[in-house]
Write a protein that binds this ligand. Structure first.
Ligand code: ATP
Ligand code: MG
Length: 429
């Protein structure tokens, strides 16, 4: 089943707002196994809207539109769709009743003009094309609706994202799933998302090469969400159990090939969330000693509610002098090896562990660029050290990844989290 998403609005076409509605709708449609084949945006202009809708119903099996359902003169969707369907706009009485009720409360609460004045303008946004199926808006005033144009269902939704999400969740999604089923010939989908960190997309895809080649209906997709990569495994079959079984079989293959790289599955838990959760669950405390990341690791480790149970604090030791005074790094170490070195990172981690009295301490020191690189320490050279209580054996990681400054800093912070995650695995073992 092929979908087209049509987003309407001058602001979109001027680049003043980013079209997040298309991304949301495409993801939700994909969940229903409806493939978005086209995404179109056009201005609040009758001729352009007629043109865009006519094209859309000429090639897609379902069209989902957003925008232009408000009360103002530039909100034209109801008029354009009515014109194309050869009907007149009518008032949607339930939506009108909700609107009057809301304005009644506003007036009672003390004074926005008079109700006639208000409703004359506002009535525009509770109109729908005559005969349309209404998709009620649980969040705002303008209802969504659906008409068939040349036999193709065209669904129109408000542009305001939270209203669009509200209409989807309160029944539109289920309705479109039914439309999908009613077409028959439905394929079932089994899918799993793996979250991978520690190798680049090309290495990850290389590692999975050939994995799905001989498996019927199976495909694998990669999405970079820097600094991690999402690996999406999909199996299609008429029979859900058969799809699930082949997915389970492939699951072993993915995990074996990406051992040490896949840290989780699903949409819910990122590496930051996983590490924080595990620290809290285990009652393990942690401190940070950061140079080139300037506190970013501390920021990540304080994102989750409850993180105070794990994160004790950190030092942003940017200058050499601060590394010495606040973390006890030896002058001699800095003189002999430099601030970006295995030895300095190690002493930073040990110093943080002592001064904060934590179970774990992570240190990061590196050259984020774009300047400051040398032939033996080019931009992207970062040392990360993880010290733990009761041992002077410090886990070290050296990065050499010549990216942009922001990316190097983010990557370094994530690697610090990864060292912690791996340490928690070892303690578990
Ligand atoms: P309104 O009652 O606010 O006029 P509407 O249904 O007419 O609602 P628009 O006027 O097109 O919708 O957009 C209202 C607001 O919703 C925009 O100012 C913008 O902030 C947001 N919006 C509209 N379209 C999109 C989109 N495609 N992606 C993300 N946000 C959007
Ligand atoms: Mg509008």
């Amino acid at each position: 089943m092929r979908a087209e998403i049509l987003t309407i609005g001058d602001e979109l076409c001027r680049g003043e707002i980013v079209d997040t509605n298309s991304a949301y709708l495409a993801a939700r449609l994909w969940d229903l196994d409806i493939t978005t084949r086209w995404m179109t945006s056009c201005n609040d202009d009758v001729a352009d809207m007629v043109d865009a809708m006519t094209r859309a119903v000429g090639r897609a099996d379902v069209v989902v539109c957003s925008g232009g359902l408000g009360p103002t003169e530039d909100d034209l969707t109801v008029d354009v769709v009515s014109q194309l369907a050869g009907v007149e706009p009518v008032i949607d009485e339930p939506a009108k009743a909700r609107m009057l009720e809301r304005f009644g409360r506003l007036l009672a609460a003390g004074g926005v003009g008079n109700v006639e004045e208000l409703t004359r303008i506002q009535l525009r946004q509770v109109r729908v094309p005559g005969g349309a199926r209404v998709h009620a808006n649980p969040v705002g005033l303008a209802p969504g609706f659906e008409v068939a144009l040349r036999g193709v269902p065209v669904v129109c939704l408000p542009g305001v994202p939270r209203e669009l999400y509200g209409i989807w969740d309160s029944g539109l999604g289920a309705h479109l799933a039914q439309l999908r089923e009613a077409r028959g010939d439905v394929e079932r989908i089994a899918r799993r998302i793996y979250r991978a960190f520690g190798r680049g997309e090309s290495q990850i895809s290389q590692a999975c090469r050939g994995l799905v080649d001989d498996v019927a209906g199976a495909s694998i997709h990669y999405q970079v969400k820097f600094p991690e990569t999402l690996v999406k495994l999909v199996v299609r079959d008429r029979d859900q159990a058969a799809a699930d079984a082949r997915l389970a079989q492939l699951d072993e293959g993915v995990r074996a090939r990406l051992a040490g790289i896949v840290y989780g599955t699903g949409d819910t838990e990122t590496l930051v969330e996983k590490v924080t959760r595990r620290l809290i669950e285990r009652g393990v405390t942690i401190a940070a000693a950061e140079s080139c990341t300037g506190g970013m690791l501390g920021e990540l480790l304080t994102r989750m509610p409850g993180s105070s149970k794990a994160f004790l604090g950190g030092v942003v030791a940017y200058a050499d002098d601060v590394k010495v005074r606040q973390l006890g790094v030896a002058q001699a170490t800095l003189a002999a090896h430099g601030a970006v070195s295995e030895q300095t990172a190690q002493e930073m981690a040990l110093g943080a562990r002592e001064r904060f009295g934590s179970n774990l301490a992570v240190a990061i020191t590196g050259i984020a660029g774009p300047g400051g690189g040398t032939p033996d320490k080019p931009v992207g050279t970062v040392w990360i050290a993880l010290a733990r209580r009761g041992s002077d054996d410090v886990t070290m990681k050296k990065l050499s990844w010549p990216g942009a400054r922001d990316q190097i800093r983010l990557l370094s912070s994530w690697w610090a989290l990864k060292l912690v995650d791996e340490q928690l695995d070892r303690e578990n073992a």
